[in-house]
Design a protein around this ligand. Structure first.
Ligand SMILES: NC(=O)c1ccc[n+]([C@@H]2O[C@H](COP(=O)([O-])OP(=O)(O)OC[C@H]3O[C@@H](n4cnc5c(N)ncnc54)[C@H](OP(=O)(O)O)[C@@H]3O)[C@@H](O)[C@H]2O)c1
Length: 337
């Protein structure tokens, strides 16, 4: 649903984003704005001159209610500042905004988890997060060598964070089916969310079906896959001007980016596009006033090539590495952080 509101001298479109119910009875908005700014020669790219804060304020004005960050992204502080500003201005109340952040791999030991979340809350300037995710099933030492910490130990400490009121819901990211099943079987709290890489070239049907059959909401990261330049790399593969996508887009009077994001919505998956541009913030949220039919959904799923853009093969000898190993692992950009 779209509501037109008058803001000073201009008209702005406020999209009312639908929500899904999670297995703990809480609600989660159906699209999230990604806040990872990528890598540069110094490691993780930093926001300059409060750029990210201002993007989030614009996004809230447009109707975005769900924001995805992580301790390792270095965007928690500006995201939290934007939330505090918009709450103070009464644009939104705190409980209308949904904040997801993630535990980094070097904080997996039982005694580290609560401290890591407290640090995230301090960065955000908030007293709780809506969703706390284990970023990877991979525990690492400070020097990025593998620890033998079992992710179940980490999960139990995350359960304590719910008990303490620091996280309203907890979930997993980058877990495979077997690892997810183990947490479901052995944990006290069932994960509310599974966040994994999904785009037309990585459909992940089996894992999505399994998670959803367990009442777990799926969030899909890197929704545009090879369609965008990622970390300075131009990938071969599906592009925004693909004729099949264009044909579907023209039929609905939408852009191909909107059609791809709607494909997530039809599968009840939360897409989490990242943009820092106002025109794209508008474009990416304007996906709740049309529907794809079964045939169109299938046409997009046919692009599947099981291609991953987030495959940290530099960790592939870790006992809990979730993906297939390769012959030539890439260099670890996180050690530059
Ligand atoms: N859990 C994990 O391990 C994990 C891993 C990766 C990502 N994530 C999360 O997922 C979010 C999104 O993933 P991502 O950044 O890898 O991929 P993405 O959202 O698929 O791609 C981002 C790129 O797309 C461009 N873009 C955005 N909207 C567009 C549009 N309508 N048309 C054309 N180009 C558009 C952006 O450029 P501009 O900014 O210049 O518009 C940016 O370069 C991240 O920010 C992060 O929050 C999580």
């Amino acid at each position: 649903m779209v509501i037109f509101i008058s803001q000073m001298s201009h008209f702005m479109v406020l999209t009312k984003v639908p929500k899904y119910k999670m297995n703990n009875g809480r609600e989660i908005p159906a699209i999230a704005l990604g806040t990872f700014l990528g890598f540069d020669e110094h490691g993780v790219t930093q926001s300059e001159n409060k750029m990210l804060r201002d993007v989030v304020i614009q996004a809230i004005d447009l109707g975005y209610r769900h924001f995805d960050t992580a301790a390792v992204y270095n965007t928690e502080a500006e995201l939290g500042e934007a939330v505090r500003i918009t709450v103070a201005e009464q644009t939104v109340s705190r409980d209308e905004v949904f904040i997801t952040t993630k535990l980094w791999n070097t904080r997996h030991r039982k005694g580290q988890v609560m401290k890591a979340l407290e640090e995230s809350l301090r960065q955000l300037g908030l007293d709780y997060v809506d969703l706390y995710l284990m970023h990877w099933p991979i525990g690492l030492n400070d020097d990025y060598t593998p620890t033998n910490t079992d992710y179940m130990e980490t999960w139990r400490a995350m359960e304590d964070a719910v008990e303490a009121g620091y996280a309203k819901s907890i979930g997993l990211s980058n877990f495979n089916k077997q690892q997810l099943k183990r947490v479901i079987d052995e944990g006290n709290i069932k994960p509310a969310v599974l966040q994994i890489e999904i785009h037309p070239q990585l459909v992940q049907e089996e894992l999505v079906q399994y998670a959803q059959s367990q009442g777990i909401v799926v969030m899909g990261f890197s929704p545009f896959g090879s369609m965008v330049t990622r970390f300075g790399v131009n990938y071969t593969g599906l592009r925004f001007n693909d004729p099949v996508l264009r044909q579907i887009a023209e039929r609905h009077n939408k852009t191909t980016a909107q059609v791809v994001l709607r494909w997530f919505v039809e599968r009840k998956i939360i897409p989490m596009p990242k943009t820092i541009r106002y025109s794209r913030l508008i474009e990416n949220i304007d996906i709740f006033d049309f529907q794809l039919d079964e045939e169109e959904i299938e046409m997009i799923s046919q692009f599947n090539r099981n291609v991953r853009f987030t495959a940290p093969t530099f960790w592939q000898n870790h006992p809990h590495y979730p993906f297939d190993k390769v012959d030539n692992p890439i260099e670890d950009p996180f050690t530059k952080i």
